[in-house]
Write a protein that binds this ligand. Structure first.
Ligand code: BGC
Length: 916
């Protein structure tokens, strides 16, 4: 069903709705919140103004239409009296100490900003006029660098601590707002100096462009908080089970295995947890009653009554966990198997909610044959106890199901098993307190012959026919089969389709991440259009500066536990994609929160695979209904930013399938995902972009995926069987594994293969078949056939026509129809030239950029104040690279050429303008 009642103009208000629902109230002593009309409030901390609306890197690079800070949110809401004197002190401070974005370059922004040093006088004066204080703590994070367990990142820095101490010494009612991207240390709440001094704590996360309004909606009680944590906040970062292995440069051993987040803490040591998974308070209170449980053979259906027994209209989240028998495999004490959220319940209002749990959710994967059923999902014999409640701690046993015998749910084949020994944890004996001792075992290692698997399953070649006058539209109109269409394409044409170009490609919406498909005149003559991909996940990123709607970060969205709202939000995103002629949003990001310091956690949803899968599914379904699609990413186990191209995720097959691949499986099977981005990292030695078992055996073979798979930008590939060197040029391994599309080669270089990938040579020397190339081309074209671009007019190479101004004799002329303009600049710059010979000119731009973190940099080029080209560069390792930019139709006259750096970092060198 389409959400036809929703219009694109509703998008901002939906981001606000989502942002309110994702705010998690962790503590609220003495009902200090919600604020009352009679309250006078003092706001402390610069993040009231420098509100973090998103993280950094590709996942946060939307040029939002506008953004509302918390201070503006208060002024807009106007329900409580603000201490404006204090607000203006902070405004002055922020003006004098502007937000430090690290210069705007890739991965340069610090995790936090310098806080204002508070004098006793400021606090004392505030306490004279205000009865309540709100303290803001802000943190950001982003791609290409992880957070760190240091002050200013995971921990409070000295000025922040001092601010909190001073405020709590003068105010009785103190509210702490955590405007953060990731979970950060909260143990300071129980420190000797602060214990009992902070009344209310909420995680507002980063709420997108309406974040400030949303926060104030909750603080003032217009909306009662209904967010619940999508991860566990432990007392001590050292106790997260991946801690010992996180941050390694070469190998990341997943020794915690399936015991990620609450699966670990609830099984082995509950006392390590400060705030449990699924936890969050409301201003209201609820009665939860299970009224019916029906066990059909396929699912267990719960009917749960939830009644608002408090004094505020509010929503409640119902969570169901299962305790499975330990059996041969070992299981976490509890696992989330179902959840739902009520509507906003009026006082005394009641709603009956249904939660259906498919039986497969009870199954575990046997990667070692421990149960006698190797490579199968099995439900081991024994009692399955279902707990229904508010979070992983606060719940009640409501139903038990006994399986007398083991049931095999699905028999699969061994895939992706480790090639080296890895120790993993497992529950040992159960102790008196109900917790399990930790034991270790070696995870089963690979036993299959992958080479034989690949060769036994090679697709047949489609005989090349040459041009038979079949266009892609003929396939769209069911006149011809896709195979007949593809048969027409010669080897070099097939290869061109397997290479995406970007960023900032002139054939698609300016400033976006990539164009793919019809990247040569020959391909466009066959009716293949150039499709457009743009970041994601929190909105459309157009590095030209073009504006779009900025949604809240993924973690906040998951904390809403409201998949219906998520689908509606992404439906609106779909409408905005279509409007901007973008075919696929590079998102949602959906890796598992394995460790709190992962720099990209904010883009991702949760430590739990079901919650992550359900949110991704809602997003993909929503975008499809809106007319576009998403590219779910990063497939898979991309859980660390440091050394992200190289650090090997060494992980058991069971942990992969049950934790790290599971959300993708849900999004593919139930969310009908059409496009997937592989990650940068290798899994068990093989880069994901050339990983056959990942992209073919599991994704297509087991899950029945028929969509397209693309690499992450400038990814590297190695041999899926023998591993060895990883390189950008190894596109044959990519195609062999059925990662279809290489993202990205430089603009205008897909056809000429300037990168020098090995596609055509590999077919010629027999290591790659034409059938393998055709198979991936079909996957890409099938995606294009289902995308909005197929309905758009095919764009030819751009020739931009610009009118000249009256010539100025003092300014340089394009002599001999050629002019080299030396810009050599990293800053905005303007220059002028005269054209005496009107006609079509080609423009080339030289760029140079050193950023080993796969950085991205962008600069708009304007001619007589009109945008003509968005020059973008990734790392060129200090070398000058010359890109063909576009063709210009110039009249005689004067032209002002202007550089406008949108994403600093690169240097623009000589711009060559030469008559065709
Ligand atoms: C990121 C992707 C992103 C791509 C394009 C990469 O650096 O890892 O998530 O979609 O850039 O911006």
């Amino acid at each position: 069903m389409k959400h036809t009642n929703l219009k694109l103009q509703d998008f901002p208000s939906y981001t606000r709705k989502a942002a309110t629902e994702g705010i998690v109230l962790l503590q609220n002593e003495n009902s200090v919140l919600p604020l009352k009309n009679t309250d006078n409030v003092s706001l402390f901390g610069r993040c009231q103004i420098d509100y973090y609306k998103h993280g950094t890197g590709s996942g946060g690079a939307v040029n939002a239409f506008y953004a509302v800070s918390a201070l503006e949110g208060f002024r807009n809401n106007n329900r409580v009296t603000l201490n404006e004197d204090l607000a203006s002190i902070y405004e002055t401070f922020v003006k004098e100490n502007p937000f430090d974005n690290g210069g705007g370059g890739w991965a340069m922004e610090p995790w936090s900003q310098i806080e204002m040093s508070l004098t006793d006088k400021i606090v004392e004066e505030a306490a004279l006029v205000s009865n309540k204080a709100i303290v803001f703590i802000g943190r950001t994070a982003g791609e290409a660098q992880d957070n760190s367990a240091t002050k200013g990142s995971y921990y409070l820095n000295d000025l922040e601590l001092e601010m909190i101490l001073k405020v709590t010494s003068k105010f009785d009612d103190v509210v702490l707002v955590m405007n953060v991207s990731n979970i950060v240390d909260m143990s300071f709440l129980e420190s000797a100096e602060l214990k009992g001094k902070i009344s209310s704590v909420l995680y507002s996360w980063q709420g997108g462009m309406e974040g400030g309004n949303a926060l104030v909606d909750v603080l003032c009680g217009d909306v009662s908080p209904s967010g619940r944590l999508s991860g566990t906040i432990a007392w001590d970062i050292n106790t997260y089970p991946s801690f010992a292995n996180f941050d390694n440069m070469k190998k990341n051993y997943y020794e915690e295995d399936i015991y990620v987040g609450y699966r670990y803490f609830e099984t082995f040591n509950k006392s390590l947890v400060q705030y449990p998974f699924g936890y969050g308070l409301s201003y209201s209170s609820f009665d939860i009653n299970v009224v019916d449980v029906v066990n059909t053979a396929f699912e267990i259906k719960f009917k749960v009554d939830v009644k608002n027994t408090g004094n505020y209209k509010s929503k409640e989240v119902i969570q169901i966990y299962v305790e499975a028998p330990q059996g041969e495999l070992g299981k976490p004490y509890l696992e989330l198997v179902g959840f739902t959220k009520s509507k906003e319940l009026d006082l005394d209002e009641e709603e009956t909610l249904e939660i259906n749990i498919p039986i497969e959710r009870l199954a575990s994967y046997d990667d070692g044959g421990y149960t006698g059923y190797k490579s199968s999902y099995v439900i081991e014999a024994g009692d399955y106890n279902f707990y229904v409640g508010k979070n992983v701690r606060d719940n009640q046993l409501e139903f038990s199901l006994n399986f007398e015998e083991l049931i095999v749910i699905e028999s699969l084949s061994e895939a992706l098993a480790p090639k080296e020994e890895i120790t993993r944890i497992k529950p040992g004996i159960r102790m008196e307190n109900g917790e399990y001792q930790i034991t270790n075992e070696i995870a089963p290692m690979t036993t299959i012959n992958l080479d034989a698997r690949i060769n036994d399953n090679l697709p047949s070649d489609i005989k090349i026919t040459g041009n038979m006058n079949i266009s892609l539209q003929d396939v769209k109109n069911s006149k011809n089969k896709i195979e007949e269409f593809v048969a027409q394409l010669e080897l070099n044409e097939l290869a061109t389709i397997l290479r995406g170009e970007g960023m900032g490609n002139h054939l698609v919406t300016p400033g976006t991440a990539a164009a793919f498909g019809g990247l040569s005149a020959e391909l466009r003559a066959y009716g293949i259009p150039a499709a457009c991909a743009a970041d994601g996940p929190s909105g459309i990123r157009m590095d030209t500066g073009q504006k779009a709607t900025l949604m809240p970060i993924g973690t906040l969205l998951a904390c809403t536990w409201n998949t219906k709202l998520m689908e509606e939000l992404y439906y609106l995103e779909g409408l905005e994609l279509v409007k901007n002629e973008v075919d696929t949003l590079l998102g949602p990001g959906m890796n598992i929160h394995r460790h709190p310091l992962n720099g990209r956690n904010f883009e991702y949803f949760s430590e739990d695979p079901l919650l992550t899968g359900e949110f991704t599914k809602a997003a993909t379904l929503g975008m499809h209904k809106g007319g576009a699609s998403g590219t779910i990413k990063h497939f898979a186990a991309n859980d660390q930013e440091k050394e992200r191209l190289h650090v090997d995720s060494v992980v058991s097959e069971r942990a992969l399938r049950e934790i790290h691949l599971k959300p993708f499986e849900i999004a593919v099977k139930e969310g009908n995902a059409l496009s997937i981005m592989t990650s940068y990292n290798p899994i068990n030695g093989v880069q994901t972009a050339s990983n056959y078992d990942l992209n073919t055996t599991i994704l297509r073979g087991e899950w029945g995926y028929t969509g397209m798979v693309m690499t992450d930008w400038w990814a590297i590939m190695n041999n899926p069987v023998t591993m060895g060197d990883s390189k950008r040029q190894h596109a044959s391994y990519m195609v062999k594994s059925q990662n279809d599309l290489y993202m990205v080669v430089n603009n205008h270089e897909a056809k000429s293969n300037v990168l020098g990938d090995d596609l055509e040579d590999s077919v010629k020397n027999g290591t790659l078949t034409i059938g393998e190339m055709q198979r991936s081309v079909i996957n890409i074209l099938n995606f294009i056939l289902q995308s909005p671009v197929i309905e758009r007019e095919i764009k030819a190479e751009n020739v931009i026509k610009i009118s000249g101004k009256a010539t100025d004799p003092n300014i340089e002329l394009i002599a001999n129809d050629k002019l080299e303009i030396k810009m050599d600049s990293t800053i905005n710059k303007t220059t002028s030239f005269n054209v005496s010979n009107k006609g079509i000119y080609s423009m080339y731009v030289e760029m140079n950029y050193t950023n080993t973190k796969l950085g991205q940099s962008a600069c708009n080029i304007l001619l007589n104040s009109e945008f003509i080209y968005n020059a973008q560069s990734s790392d060129t390792s200090g070398k000058w690279i010359r890109h063909f930019a576009l063709n210009l139709e110039l009249e005689t006259g004067l032209y002002d050429l202007e550089l406008d750096f949108r994403r600093p970092g690169m240097t623009v060198g000589t711009i060559l303008i030469i008559k065709n």
